[in-house]
Unconditional design. Structure first.
Lengths: 164, 254
């Protein structure tokens, strides 16, 4: 038994040792690369490429339907289309706090969120927390006849009213 | 061998080739065989062969870890039953919940059992944590097991949260809308995490399916994995620790 063990023990020179270490690291590196590749493909796999969500663009009637003070709520697209001074603008109805749908209260002339009590004026400015940011304004476009299209994915600066 | 017919039957069974192929040790009438009962059984071997009597006292641990695990066992059993009727799709999910409530025999019972056991598991895990904290059982050598315990609490809360969406009612929808918007507020990684979690920009059918897979597969597997390590480390760290010994007269309270 002892003889056999001694016979099997190969003399390891220092350069053999470093070669063995190099090969081991090469193997480990290949495994790490494979694991990283697998992780990336899984992450890519998890990201949906086609979404069957409602279109972000919708028709909002004619600009003539929005005299000053009109507030119309589009429930499906979660936006207010509002007739303001000298034009029309659209405000997102999704609360900037945690994403609940706000509601316009005509009597008080304010927008309020049922979830945590945030309040906004009809231009989307926060009048009462906890909402951290004003409601974003959405892009409104009009064709030659004054038919409006709102795009909820296009946020525009506050105060950019579409002139009538 | 005495003349009692039950003992005769017992020794007949014990002597049979089938029984001896399953249980290799003799009757538990010697200390060695009593140890082997524990050692040689997959389900018992997490236990020590001998425990101090005081560790079994209710006030030693308040049995909180055991209560939490029992709730988990109830949740797995009732959860599997619910899966036989539930489709993670819109609007079928809500209808299935209604069917469980009003049509399926004992559906209300098992659904409510799942819900109450879920509450009990969260409560039990939290109280267990409080108990461990006030008994100073988080100190070395158990400090890493405390960390695993924190992971287990997080997985438990995630299970509770992902299960919340599955009925697909108003509460579920807005609960998940609010929760994933909280995730979105995390810097840089927040919005992509929300997108991946929901499988889209809004709480939709994709989100329901993803939460279902998380709730029924990924999170339970993670829970059982970490739980195995947790229990194993209790043994390795010297068993459960109850109330700490009062300090000796000349010892300074840490």
């Amino acid at each position: 038994m002892r003889d056999a063990e001694e016979g099997m023990a190969l003399p390891l020179r220092p350069e053999d040792q470093s070669r063995r270490e190099f090969m081991a690291r090469l193997g480990l590196g290949a495994c790490a690369l494979t694991a990283a590749g697998a992780a990336l493909t899984v992450l890519d796999f998890m990201e949906p490429k086609v979404l069957f969500e409602p279109a972000t663009e919708f028709k909002a009637g004619n600009i003539q339907e929005y005299p000053e003070g009109t507030v119309k709520f589009n429930e499906e697209h979660r936006a207010y289309i509002i007739g303001g001074q000298g034009g029309v603008f659209a405000v997102s109805a999704v609360c900037t706090h945690l994403g609940c749908i706000t509601r316009y209260h005509a009597n008080e002339g304010m927008i309020a969120c049922p979830c945590h009590g945030s309040q906004f004026d009809p231009e989307g400015n926060v009048t009462h927390g906890p909402a951290p940011r004003p409601l974003p304004w959405l892009e409104v476009k009009a064709d030659a006849e004054g038919n409006l299209t709102v795009d909820t994915s296009m946020v525009i600066p506050h105060g950019k009213v579409l002139k009538a | 061998m005495n003349g009692n017919p039950f003992s005769q039957l017992a020794s007949l069974v014990r002597g049979s080739a089938v029984y001896r192929s399953i249980v290799r040790h003799g009757a538990a009438d010697t200390n060695r065989n009593r140890s082997l009962v524990i050692f040689e059984n997959l389900f018992l071997h997490v236990h020590p062969v001998k425990v101090r009597e005081k560790t079994l006292k209710f006030t030693h641990t308040y049995w909180l870890g055991g209560i939490t695990i029992s709730a988990m066992v109830v949740l797995i059993a009732t959860g599997i039953l619910l899966m036989f009727y539930y489709h993670p799709s819109v609007p079928q999910a809500y209808r299935d919940m209604k069917e469980l409530k009003f049509v399926v025999d004992n559906g209300v019972f098992y659904r409510n059992l799942h819900r109450w056991a879920a509450h009990l598991m969260v409560l039990g895990a939290m109280l267990h944590m409080v108990r461990v904290f006030y008994h100073r059982a988080y100190r070395p050598p158990r400090q890493f097991n405390w960390v695993i315990g924190v992971v287990l609490l997080l997985v438990t809360l995630l299970l509770s949260y992902t299960g919340y969406l599955l009925p697909w009612d108003q509460l579920a929808f807005w609960g998940v809308s609010v929760g994933t918007n909280m995730a979105k507020e995390a810097p840089i990684l927040g919005p992509p995490i929300r997108f991946l979690l929901l499988g889209g920009n809004i709480v939709s059918e994709n989100a329901l399916l993803r939460f279902y897979v998380l709730h029924c597969v990924l999170l339970p597997v993670a829970l059982i994995g970490f739980l195995g390590v947790h229990i194993w480390r209790i043994r390795k760290d010297g068993g459960v620790q109850g109330p700490p010994e009062p300090p000796a007269d000349d010892e300074v309270e840490p």
